[in-house]
Design a protein. Structure first.
Length: 434
């Protein structure tokens, strides 16, 4: 050894050892926080993955095994959820919407998805348990299991019926995203032609009835006008189950500063997502380019171009521009700086998106995000709020408001045909134009 370099080598080794110890200390802090506070993810699409891959036969895709080794790996399985220290999960019950206004039969398909979630939970009682209230989540987490909640992705599931909405709540759904990628007869989507300038009178009644039930109003996927109308209407805090900050990434699925300020006043939570196109502008532009090319190629070959056929192809495509864990943390920073840490949660969108950001590739990686937040100066209390305390507060508040509303008014028997003026077959026209 050249002894002139010995002091420098010692310094480098000491710095490396300090960095390792520092990371270890941060990881230990995260583990301690998540032992006390359940990490609750607002959106995971593994139920739809079961439907797409094995037609809902849960025995053909064993969630208790390592599914990362499949030719077409999932983002989620029980071993990775355990490594990710997940304490609660909103499982998304979803069926694609192909037409503006919605598709007949959506309710049946969503009920099938709810049944699938309950069968998965029953199949793995050592790891999962159904939850319907904030108190359930805490109790199940204390038992060392993952509290399993149900969120409906898209109001087309109710097929314009408040009775169906109540039935889905009775079946276990605890939030509903008002739209998915198509506008409905009563609500405009961010990804479709806006026909109503937000919510119709029936859409307002849907939000009111969700409040009365205690079902969280989810504003991911909806237009800005729909966000504002829902915030005008809702008597309970609302959520964005998987959205980011528009001020960081200019994607219509993200939340503008103006709406974030209204969310603060409402007491709600935006659950920051890992979907690459909502995290990074470069990833967004690249995804849109590849999406367009895929549609054109499939149209040329006469293959289907609906969401149900396109999504699996895009989810398997690991080419292109990747977002990063640090960029997800940038969205959290931005929202915290604008409206405070009390209004942030996590909504990954695992198994419903292209390959996740570098560092957040699957359900085992959540602790790394919290380590990054600690490095950025967040406190243990801050990360506990982001992990689960904020969404639990929202759930508890919604439950309290629902109890009061149920004493104050009966279930609504309003019909869309009574509340909404005819749109001159706008749904059919929009579908023809599209």
């Amino acid at each position: 050894m050249n002894f002139r370099f010995a002091p420098l080598l010692s310094l480098l080794l000491a710095c490396n050892l300090w960095a390792q110890n520092s990371t270890g200390e941060l990881e230990a802090r995260v583990q301690e926080v998540l032992t006390t506070t359940p990490l609750i993810d607002g959106h995971n699409d593994i139920p739809w993955a079961y439907q797409m891959r094995v037609s809902g036969h849960i025995g053909q895709l064993d969630l208790s095994t390592d599914l990362s080794q499949l030719d077409y790996p999932t983002d989620t399985d029980l071993p990775r959820l355990a490594r990710g220290q997940v304490g609660g999960q909103f499982w998304s019950v979803f069926t694609p919407v192909t037409k503006t206004g919605g598709d007949p039969g959506a309710t049946s398909q969503v009920m099938t998805q709810i049944d699938l979630v309950k069968r998965l939970v029953a199949e793995h009682p050592q790891s999962l348990a159904m939850a319907y209230t904030a108190a359930d989540v805490r109790d199940i987490h204390q038992q060392g299991k993952i509290a399993s909640l149900i969120g409906i992705e898209g109001g087309h599931a109710i097929e314009n019926s408040l009775g169906t909405l109540r039935g889905l709540f009775g079946a276990g759904a605890r939030y509903m995203t008002l739209t998915h990628t198509k506008s409905l007869d009563w609500a405009d989507s961010a990804n479709d032609t806006e026909r109503l300038d937000g919510l119709s009178p029936f859409g307002v009644e849907v939000v009111r009835e969700m409040n009365r039930l205690g079902m969280l109003v989810d504003l991911s996927h909806v237009s800005v006008a729909t966000m504002n109308d829902a915030l005008d209407t809702s008597e309970a805090p609302v959520i964005f189950s998987h959205s980011n900050a528009y001020g960081v990434t200019l994607n219509v699925r993200n939340v503008s500063d103006e709406v974030l300020m209204r969310l603060k006043a409402n007491g709600g939570v935006v659950m920051v997502t890992f979907f690459p196109g909502y995290v990074s502008t470069a990833a967004d532009e690249d995804f849109k380019k590849r999406f367009k090319a895929l549609i054109e190629a499939r149209q040329k070959s006469g293959q289907p171009t609906d969401d149900a056929s396109l999504i699996p192809v895009l989810m398997k495509d690991r080419s292109g521009v990747h977002a990063t864990l640090a960029q997800v943390a940038d969205h959290i920073d931005y929202i915290r700086d604008l409206i405070g840490v009390d209004h942030i949660g996590i909504g990954s969108d695992f198994d419903g998106m292209p390959p996740g950001p570098i560092g957040l590739e699957d359900a085992s990686t959540y602790p790394a995000l919290f380590v990054e937040l600690l490095r950025r100066g967040y406190s243990d209390e801050d990360i506990a709020k982001i992990a689960g305390e904020n969404i639990l507060r929202v759930m508890t508040r919604a439950e309290m408001i629902a109890a009061a509303l149920q004493r104050a008014r009966p279930p609504s028997d309003a019909l869309i045909s009574e509340l909404d003026p005819p749109l001159e077959n706008a749904s059919e026209k929009a579908n023809q134009d599209g």
